[in-house]
Design a protein around this ligand. Structure first.
Ligand code: GDP
Ligand code: IMO
Ligand code: MG
Length: 421
């Protein structure tokens, strides 16, 4: 059986998943997205040109791959087609390269309206969602009333179900949705293309696996945004940890051969919610500016903080990483010192388990190990050995804190700015 490698965000998202997917893609025949939707923003920089993927797998730039949007994903078709047109304009061959699951949920514009309303009504308890309609679409799925890609086969029934859904949403949320006819018209136009791409993708993946084709899974969001294991309720609405890969693509756990955690050398978070190592001072600003920490999907400034070993050990416990890709080490160049959180203090006690209650995560105080910084820029380093000694020490400390080998180290956004160890 062929290898199946999984790339997962190990923190609060935006760790640099897209970049590693793009780097590894050439060795894989199939690349799949399992969960989330266009809340994801995965950046790939090739020859100075930046591509941001929201729904399409970041492997689309490699013409030898077939890309799959799995059953666990919530698909906003317009976003998908917009992304395809960007790739087409860039001259990428697309024919037959994108398959979408017949079981995937369809996300409509009214889900985005509801997302906005829910946030508004939460007042100062806002999650700070991406307003991409993710939560409301997964709500419909779990309530067993959502529409799926396969519903497009019979458009008459689709139309009926769609109108029922809109009426239900209007009644429930007290708004009038003006866009229904327009949206239905677009659905009808897109339908033939969607049906050409539609497959029972779980079957496709099993056949590919049996035929010895290597499969790469591109995780979305991050472990701490997982609906079950993250900092609930400040999370997304799907399983961003390894379990989501199995349900979201129909792959059995034992088929997964390698799990790679993507980890920033510091921590960022967009949106609201507790963040024990957050830096609210000028060091945080320096990291944000140097690291270009502004959301790939919403442009919001990302909150920045030190690396959090307690959070990372928890993330490793849930995902069991075989290797880590430590990203953005270059961003720490020029800092006087670098801190790594090794434990939390809660009610006068030192703890190393990530607390469940939001109120506790909000109250913990991070305990740090402090390392001397380095001045040198890292973008020119080609091997681990070439890194400044102080940077090496930070990498080794992270490795021993989490207990997982750091196999890849990011030294800049470009494809060739990655050290292999
Ligand atoms: P993703 O959602 O996990 O794919 O990550 P994003 O694309 O949202 O955010 C990561 C950002 O960091 C992007 O702008 C990447 O181009 C950039 N990036 C990735 N790896 C590195 C790295 O090692 N160094 C630097 N400086 N930037 C990186
Ligand atoms: P990638 O794949 C960072 C965050 C949002 C918000 C919360 C819920 O690029 O790493 P949602 O729109 O999903 O209902 O928002 O989750 N969030 C992300 N933060 N990276 C992401 O994806 C995210 N996807 C969702 O900011 O706090
Ligand atoms: Mg992102």
């Amino acid at each position: 059986m062929a290898k199946i490698t999984v790339i997962l965000g190990a923190q609060w998202g935006d760790e640099g998943k897209g970049k590693l997917v793009d780097i590894l893609a050439k060795d894989f025949s199939v690349i799949g997205r399992a969960t989330g939707g266009a809340n994801a923003g995965h950046t790939v920089v090739v020859d100075g040109k930046k591509y941001v993927f929201h729904l399409l797998p970041s492997g689309m730039l490699h013409e030898s791959t077939v890309c799959v949007i799995g059953n666990g994903v919530v698909i906003h078709l317009e976003t998908m087609f917009e992304e395809l047109s960007v790739l087409k304009a860039a001259g990428i061959k697309l024919e037959g390269r994108l398959l979408i699951s017949d079981r995937a949920s369809l996300l409509f514009d009214y889900h985005k309206v509801i997302d906005g309303l829910q946030e508004e009504r939460k007042g100062d308890k806002k999650v700070g969602t991406t307003k991409r309609g993710i939560g409301p679409c997964y709500m419909d799925k779990i309530a067993r009333s959502g529409l799926r890609v396969c519903d497009l086969v019979d458009f008459e029934t689709f139309e009926k179900k769609y109108r029922e859904q809109v009426a239900r949403a209007e009644q429930m949320y007290g708004f009038t949705y003006e866009n229904a006819e327009e949206e239905l018209k677009k659905m009808k136009e897109w339908r033939p293309t969607v049906l050409e791409m539609m497959r029972p993708t779980a079957v496709f993946l099993h056949e590919a696996r049996e035929a010895g084709k290597a499969i790469l899974v591109e995780g979305a969001n991050g472990a701490m945004l997982d609906i079950d294991h993250g900092t609930y309720p400040f999370v997304t609405s799907s399983n961003a940890t390894v379990g989501g890969v199995c349900t979201g693509l129909g792959l059995p756990p034992k088929a997964l051969t390698e799990i790679i955690g993507i980890v920033k050398a510091y921590t960022t978070r967009v949106g609201a919610g507790p963040f024990p190592t957050e830096l609210l001072d000028s060091v945080g600003d320096t990291i944000r500016n140097k690291g270009g920490e502004f959301g790939s999907t919403t442009g919001r400034p990302r909150r920045c903080g030190w690396f959090d070993g307690v959070q990372m050990k928890y993330s490793h416990m849930i995902n069991q990483f075989d290797a880590i890709n430590l990203t953005k080490l270059d961003v720490l160049s020029g800092l006087k010192e670098v801190k790594l959180c090794r434990a939390y203090m809660l009610d006068g006690k030192e703890i190393t388990d990530f607390p469940t209650r939001l109120e506790d995560v909000e109250r913990v105080q991070a305990i740090y190990d402090t390392f001397p910084g380095w001045e040198e820029e890292l973008s020119g380093c080609k091997t681990f050995e070439e890194l400044p000694d102080n940077a090496k020490s930070v990498v080794l400390a992270i490795e021993s804190m989490v207990g997982v080998p750091v196999k890849y180290i990011g030294t800049g956004p470009a494809r060739d700015q990655m050290l292999f160890r």
